[in-house]
Design a binder for this molecule. Sequence first.
Ligand SMILES: *Cc1c(COP(=O)(O)O)cnc(C)c1O
Length: 393
Amino acid sequence: MKSYQADQNGYYGEFGGAYIPEILHKCVKELQTTYLKVLESEEFKKEFDQLLEDYVGRPSPLYLANRLSTKYGCKIYLKREDLNHTGAHKINNTIGQILLARKMGKTRIIAETGAGQHGVATATVCALMNMACVVYMGKTDVARQHINVQKMKMLGAEVRPVTSGNMTLKDATNEAIRDWCCNPADTYYIIGSTVGPHPYPDMVARLQSVISAEIKKQLLAKEGRDYPDYLIACVGGGSNAAGTIYHYLDNEKVKIVLAEAGGLGIDSGQSAATIQLGKVGILHGTKSLVMQSEDGQIEEPYSISAGLDYPGIGPMHAHLATTGRATILAVNDDEALQAAFELTQLEGIIPALESAHAIGALSKINFKPTDVVVLTLSGRGDKDMDTYIKVMS
Ligand SMILES: *Cc1c(COP(=O)(O)O)cnc(C)c1O
C-alpha cells in the first residue's frame, strides 16, 4: 500500500538494503527483528511521547510567516524544529534510539558526528539515560566545531578524533562502524540520519515522523485541511525531510521539494548536491546515490553548511528523486547565506545554515497565491554565528 515506504528488507525501489561486514550480521539482524516490535509497543510510545513533550518541548509550533509569505506570494508556514531542546530536529531521533538501546539491554552508545550536532544530541540523551557515550569525529571537524566538542565533553561523552582519510564525517562513520564490529554485544550505534544499513533509514524516518504527524493536526486547525500544497525541507542525509514528508508520501496532491547543498555550484567540483551528482553505489551499508569518482572512490563533498556535506543520501530520498515523487533543487552557499539574512530580517528568526538552504529554495518555485506551503526549519543559527559574522564584516 505505502509504495514510497521501505519494504521488508529495507528497500525503497532499488535503493536501501543492508550491506554490512559479516561480523556485524548478527547485530544488525537483531536490530532488524527488534525495532518495529519496540517502536510499536505501547510502553515505548508512552515514554517516547512523554519525553518529546516534556524534555524536547513538542509539539513544535507551526508558524505562519506573514512577511515571508508576502515576499513569495503564497502562504508559508514554518515548522519550528529550531525551537527543540538542543536546537534542531536531531533530538527526536536520539531519544527514540536510546530508548530502543536500553530496551535491547545495551550499555554503551557510539555515534559519529560531522558538525557535532548529532554528537551533542547523542551525548545529551546519554546523560539523560546514564549511558556511556563515545562520539567519533574527524580531526578536521573537531578543530572546526570547538563549541560542540566542549558541549559533548561537558555532557560526559568521550570524543574520539579520527585521523584517517580527510578527517571528516565519512571517516568518523567508518571508525564508528569499526568500533561496532569490535563491540557488537554491549554497544548500540545511534546513527543520526536516514542513512546506514536497514533498519536505520526506516527507523530514523519513523522516529522523525512526529514532525508530519504534528503538521497534519496543526494544518487542520489552521487551514481546515490537513495537507499543504508544498512541503519543503533541506537534505543532508535526509532525516528532517523524511520526518516532514512521512505522512504525506502517498498523498500526490502534496508536492515535495528537497533542497540539497549546491556548495559553490553543482558543476564547480565543490558541491554536496548528492542526488544530482551521485551515482548508484554503496556507502555505509546502504545502496543509494553516492558522490564517487569513475572507479568508485568516495568524493569529498563541500558545502558551507557542515550538516549537509555528506557524500551520500538516504535511500528513501534517492527513490523519491528517481521516481519523480520529489523535486530536488540545489541551493548554493551564497543563496543559502542570503536566505538566512532574509529570514532573520523578515521574521526575526536566525536559522541554521542547513535550514537556510530550504529557505533558499523558495525563490526557485513558482507559487500561486492560494498555495499553502510548509517549510521545515530544521535548526537554529547559534552554531553558525561565526559564518554569519564573517558575512556582515
Ligand atoms: C544535521 C542537520 C541537518 C541535516 O541532516 P538531515 O538528516 O538531512 O536532516 C539539517 N539541519 C540541521 C539543523 C542539522 O543539524
